[in-house]
Structure formats: structure tokens, C-alpha cells
Design a protein around this ligand. Structure first.
Ligand SMILES: C[S@@+](CC[C@H](N)C(=O)[O-])C[C@H]1O[C@@H](n2cnc3c(N)ncnc32)[C@H](O)[C@@H]1O
Length: 269
């Protein structure tokens, strides 16, 4: 994939834009619309078109107390697991909720996301000069060199939320991780389901996502009437994915709310 890249230094963080040459040219897009498949394209870009910037931030603001506990526990786990890393990449960083926690003395942090609106908020994070870079990028096609980071993290169920091929996602994360470095993915754990559903009901009530479509929901999957879907990647699914990729995972349950999959990149540094 060809990528146009522009980086500008703006005081406290640098700001990058990697604009892929999408396969959807104007002509291709209109032919898709004519075939009545436009809805699929909109849904595939849901986070960029519907749930970005301040709307995404609002979802986290209205989290009830058990969801806040889950978010805190997830964050504490990530921060602890990357403690020794001198460079960290977050895939799907949104408006920078975790980036601020990941910035640490002597560490370089980068966040990438497909939503420009969200990254514009992340750019406003107050961090010491030179510590943080954000860029528009697609997580399965990173415009980054091999072995560039000590740790790559993808939390908040990104493995489902991105609606991409999980194998391609983890493979790409491993590609940009140095040998001996780690990749960390998280999804929801089963006992947390009622709290997760309640959280999405609150988001639906505020019109941040469409109405919950209870008739279409399956265990572990939120479905909304506007096409939004958010599944779950179980511990078993992580183990199976890693078997297919021929890598060794450590899978851990945290706080009865999230499931983490951690892989250490093999090879000689
Ligand atoms: C559930 S939000 C999580 C945001 C952030 N990680 C957090 O914990 O606050 C998922 C994020 O992934 C981004 N995203 C969706 N598809 C993506 C993709 N293919 N590549 C990179 N980011 C993507 C969305 O724009 C959104 O910001």
C-alpha cells in the first residue's frame, strides 16, 4: 500500500498523518453505492464517522462505577506490563485516554488511529516535549519500520472493534516489535457482560450508538440498530489465534472484566 506521510512538530508532541491510498477511489465508491453496499462501508468506518473525538470521549465519561473499575484495572495492567519498555506504540489510541498514562520519563510513545477527530484531541495532551507522537494509520498496515518498538499495545477490545482480520492485526503488531519486546491485546471477559451491556445501553440512550438490537444480539456481542457491532475475543480465541500464528501467548484474566493476551516477539535483538 502506498502512503503519503506528513509530520509536523508542534511544541509538545509531533503530529503525523499517514494517508493511505484507499482502495475506494471515488469511482469505485459510487459503484459500490449503486450496488447498494454503501451501508457496509459506513459501518466498517463506524469509529471514524460516528464514534470519534468528543463522542468517543463521552462514551468513557458516562461509564458507570463497575465499568470505571474495569477501565482502571485494564489500564493498570497495561502500564505494569510495559514498565520496562523504552518505546511503546498504541494501536487504536482514540483521543489519547491511555497515551497519557503510557508517557513516562525516558520513553517514546506513539499512538495511531484511523480517526482524525480523535487524534486531534490526543494531540492536545499535555506531555513533556518529544515524548509523544500521534498519526493517522490503519493498524493492519502500519507505515512504520520493522522492530521499531519495545512494546505494542491494543486495548479496549481493539481486536474486535477494528473489524479487521485478527491474524493480520497481530502479525503487523509483531512486525513492528523488536525481538524480546512484547505485544499486548485485551478484550472483555465473560462475567463482565451485564456491565458491558449496561454501558452500551447508556451510550445508546445518549445517541452515541444506535439503539440496542436485542433480537440480533448473540452472547458476547453488542448489536445496534444502526449497524454497530462489538464482539468479544475470548481467552480460547486468543490461544487459537496464536497457535495459527505459531507464537506462544500468555493469557490472563484481569478483574473478572478483561482478558489479556501477551506475546513476546521471538528472535535475536
Ligand atoms: C474502543 S475505541 C478505544 C480507544 C482507546 N484505545 C482507548 O482505550 O480509549 C477503538 C479505537 O480504535 C480506532 N480504530 C478502529 N479501527 C481501526 C483500525 N483499523 N486501525 C487503527 N485504529 C482503529 C477507533 O477509531 C477508536 O479510536
Amino acid at each position: 500500500m502506498r502512503v503519503r506521510r506528513a509530520i509536523c512538530e508542534r511544541g509538545e508532541s509531533s503530529w503525523g498523518a499517514c494517508v493511505p491510498d484507499w482502495p475506494f477511489s471515488a469511482a469505485a465508491l459510487s459503484s459500490v453505492v449503486e450496488r447498494g453496499e454503501a451501508r457496509w462501508i459506513l459501518v466498517a468506518n463506524y469509529y471514524a464517522t460516528q464514534l470519534s473525538g468528543k463522542r468517543l470521549r463521552r462514551c468513557y465519561e458516562l461509564a458507570p462505577s463497575r465499568v470505571r473499575q474495569y477501565l482502571d484495572a485494564e489500564m493498570r495492567h497495561v502500564v505494569a506490563r510495559v514498565q520496562a519498555a523504552g518505546s511503546v506504540l498504541e494501536l487504536g489510541c482514540g483521543y489519547g485516554r491511555a497515551l497519557g498514562e503510557l508517557v513516562a520519563p525516558g520513553r517514546r510513545v506513539m499512538g495511531i488511529d484511523t480517526s482524525l477527530d480523535s487524534l486531534l484531541l490526543a494531540r492536545g495532551l499535555r506531555v513533556p516535549a518529544g515524548r509523544l507522537e500521534v498519526a493517522v494509520m490503519e493498524a493492519t498496515a502500519l507505515a512504520l519500520p520493522d522492530r521499531a518498538f519495545d512494546a505494542v499495545v491494543c486495548i479496549q477490545n481493539g481486536i474486535c472493534a477494528f473489524r479487521c482480520d485478527p491474524q493480520a492485526l497481530v502479525r503487523e503488531a509483531l512486525r513492528v516489535t523488536r525481538p524480546g519486546g512484547k505485544v499486548l491485546f485485551s478484550s472483555y471477559s465473560e462475567p463482565f457482560w451485564p456491565h458491558r451491556l449496561r454501558w452500551f445501553e447508556l451510550q445508546a440512550a445518549e445517541g452515541l450508538v444506535g439503539e440496542i438490537d436485542y433480537s440480533a444480539m448473540r452472547p458476547g456481542e453488542i448489536v445496534c440498530s444502526d449497524g454497530f457491532r462489538s464482539g468479544t475475543f475470548s481467552a480460547d480465541a486468543f490461544v487459537e489465534l496464536c497457535r495459527q500464528l505459531e507464537v506462544e501467548p500468555t493469557v490472563a484474566q484481569v478483574d473478572d472484566s478483561s482478558v489479556f493476551c501477551e506475546v513476546t516477539r521471538a528472535g535475536v535483538a
